[in-house]
Design a protein around this ligand. Structure first.
Ligand SMILES: [Fe+2]
Ligand SMILES: [Fe+2]
Length: 147
């Protein structure tokens, strides 16, 4: 498995969690549980992805601009998570904000998969792509425990 496959795999986990989250209603255990899971996945992934994938790509002029853009989007996603945390589950606004988060995350994942990975693929060797997958998995294990 290479780094791109590893990242895509976890993107699909996020997509599935959001898809289920926006089908939940009001102040329910299901909404609370799915939101906690989604938040943990988003935060753990953004941290591991920045450390293992974006950090080395920032050193390269060809990929630096795209990396900055992606990291800025991680912050926008954090802000949308915070907005959800300060809105009561029972409020009609909660779903409105959850859908904004869905839109932002979908956009971000698709941009990474269709633009960032293509650019990054040109600058990383095959061996490094595989090495990064191992490092990413180890970092995700740590982050999932602490996020
Ligand atoms: Fe990302
Ligand atoms: Fe990602």
């Amino acid at each position: 498995m290479d780094i791109f496959e590893a990242l895509r795999h976890d993107h699909d986990i996020q997509r599935e969690l959001i898809r289920r989250l926006i089908k939940t209603h009001g102040d329910t255990q299901e909404r609370d549980k799915l939101f906690a899971q989604l938040k943990q996945e988003l935060v753990a992934h953004a941290t591991a992805e920045e450390r293992i994938f974006y950090m080395p790509l920032m050193q390269n002029d060809f990929t630096q601009g795209k990396c900055r853009h992606s990291i800025a989007e991680h912050h926008e996603i954090d802000e949308l998570i915070e907005a959800l945390e300060t809105t009561p589950y029972s409020s009609p606004q909660w779903l409105v904000k959850a859908k904004q988060l869905e839109e932002k995350v979908e956009h971000h994942l698709s941009e990474e998969e269709h633009e960032v990975f293509q650019m990054a693929g040109k600058t990383i060797t095959q061996k490094a792509k595989q090495g990064m997958a191992g490092m990413y998995h180890r970092e995700m294990d740590t982050q999932r425990k602490t996020a």
